[in-house]
Design a protein around this ligand. Structure first.
Ligand code: SAM
Length: 255
């Protein structure tokens, strides 16, 4: 629901041409398409063929009034085409791209002067607020920082959510605004959300275990064990907050 609201708030007119960079399974393509009417057009660009296939399937099943197409290619390919889009949208994909400023410069090249680049991203440190002891959370997020430094040559990109306007400006865009959307949920979470959050935490735990001390490992394991008495996600009055940062910018008119 909140993600639809984010798309509803974008500076879109029905006949715009929109590019979704890192379109994945087409989740946002379908939401963006709800805002467009032919000759308005949504283009999904992704370098992963399986994701393009999933997005095709989703869009074929959606009731859309706009045109849509897919580009199975790398973001880098945008520099070979003339600027043709009114808005480039990039959701939860900046972490996956090589480096934020160069990636946003490539998106800028695809936008007509005066058009928009909009990014939705998290900040890894503040992505998820959970009702567990702050000391444990600090240990886990510190361990995550150590893990990211080993996993990536650009670990700072996972904390880009806190500096999106500055990064957009460094890419030659004019930042216009930034807004943090909080997705709040209380117990009972429902099966899908519980599975999603549980998988996220298990993955985080596995990646960070070797940087945690034995006490923290034992405590986190207890909080994450579904059959245990301390299972966090089914605690009475459990509540979580998931944050998404949206920042929007314009390609300068005389660019
Ligand atoms: C975390 S997923 C996000 C998908 C979608 N935007 C969403 O929020 O549901 C990141 C996507 O970016 C794509 N991607 C990563 N690097 C890319 C690149 N250099 N060029 C194009 N797509 C890329 C991946 O294949 C993946 O589908």
């Amino acid at each position: 629901m909140e993600l639809r609201t984010i798309v509803q708030n974008l500076p879109l007119a029905p006949t715009m041409e929109v590019l979704d960079v890192g379109s994945g399974d087409g989740f946002y393509m379908a939401l963006l398409a709800e805002r467009l009417t032919a000759p308005g057009r949504i283009v999904g660009l992704d370098k992963n063929e399986a994701y393009i296939a999933a997005a095709r399937e989703r869009m074929a099943a959606a009731e859309v009034k706009c045109e849509f197409e897919f580009r199975h290619s790398d973001l880098k390919s945008l520099s070979e085409s003339p600027p043709q889009y009114d808005l480039v949208w990039c959701a939860q994909s900046l972490y996956s791209l090589a480096e934020p400023v160069s990636s946003l410069s490539q998106m800028r090249a695809a936008v007509r002067p005066g058009g928009f680049v909009v990014v939705l991203e998290n900040d890894t440190l503040h992505q998820l607020s959970l009702p567990w002891p702050p000391k444990l959370e600090l240990a886990l997020r510190t361990a995550e920082f150590q893990a990211l430094r080993e996993e990536s040559s650009k670990p700072e990109k996972f904390y880009v959510g806190r500096r999106l306007p500055a990064v957009l400006a460094a890419a030659g865009l004019e930042p216009l605004g930034v807004k943090t959307y909080c997705i709040d949920r209380m117990a009972p979470l429902g099966d899908d959300l519980e599975q999603f959050v549980s998988a996220y935490l298990q993955d985080l735990f596995e990646r960070t275990t070797r940087f945690l001390d034995e006490r923290a490992i034992r405590q986190i394991a207890e909080y994450l064990l579904p059959s245990g008495d301390s299972y966090l996600l089914r605690e009475p009055w459990f509540a979580l907050c998931w944050t998404n940062v949206v920042a929007w910018a314009r390609r300068p008119v005389g660019d």
